[in-house]
Ligand binder design. Sequence first.
Ligand code: SAM
Length: 350
Amino acid sequence: MRIKDKNRGRIVDQADINLEARYRLNDIFSTAWLGYALSAVAQLSIADLITEEPRSFKEIAAKAGLHAPSLYRVLRAAAANGIFVEHPVGSFSHNDVSSLLKGNHPFSWRGMAIMWNHPSCLRGWSVFSESIKDGRSGIEHAFGKRLYEHLAETPGATKAFSDAMVSNSAHTSGSIARQFPFQDYELIMDLGGGVGTLLCAILQEHPHLRGVIYEIEELLQPAQYNIDSCNLTGRARTEAGNFLKKVPPGPDLYMIKNSLWNWQDDDCRHILSNVREASQASKGQLLIIEYVIDNENAPWSTLYDLQILNMPGGRARTMSEYEKLLCQSGFAIDSVELVEDQTLVLCVPV
Ligand SMILES: C[S@@+](CC[C@H](N)C(=O)[O-])C[C@H]1O[C@@H](n2cnc3c(N)ncnc32)[C@H](O)[C@@H]1O
């Protein structure tokens, strides 16, 4: 029987499974267009012009200097898909999801919304079929360079990606700082710690701790700015370096968050062995914070894995894959804990 599906506004026919299957595929591809539109909304800071009270699209367009009819179509599509709320006569207000697109939201997702459809990222996807043929990243096929080399020579790109990491870490950092027993340590080094969103949250939560952000040269200045803005100048510092080549000794806890999955197994073994060597003197432990593919292959984690293949050319891993890498690098797993969607793996030297 052919009936109109009230939720999705289309004719469905339980006897015609091809119709349902076609809708399903169309929904998947058109959701990607919603992502592109929301990246544009984020780039143009449109969410900052929308308030809790309904506001007309014409007023928003006039304020931002945008083409009003096109802005209406974007906001209508977003609202129809659960982002923003549309009110009569073309007015829009925020809901919980759209609020995260505001730049000044404490848990703003604006940086991620821009990064996911950054031109570099999209160029990678455009040649993703090549990645399936040889396992090299989309970015490498598109630009002939690996992600971090490409970002370093693309104006504004390192900042766009770093802003995204701040967005991504803003929420989880507080939860990690409260839930992991950082009180047992004295000096933490965050390897590839970005601008220090996580390290600063931990130091603010645990006043006895000191910390180091170990990063590429380009991020040291914004990291130092972040340290100073958090009033942590005396307790935290930055250090430039390349964890593929060397990890400095001294800390009793090394951390590496959402970074190992950027790298292939050989590179991970280099990073982990460098941590193992550095940890010798201080008997330092290692806390890996990572998106892990669980035994059920949670759909979101398998999709993140594809973006990791597209951009840095690394891979999301299962716990047993991490266990193998750690064992090959002189570490054993002490404990595993979940905080939000992150897995915290505490590793001890063996
Ligand atoms: C995916 S980001 C994660 C940032 C941060 N840990 C977080 O979770 O928000 C990876 C970080 O590793 C840094 N990075 C890349 N290659 C590096 C290297 N060879 N040595 C040290 N840091 C590196 C990047 O600059 C970037 O900030």
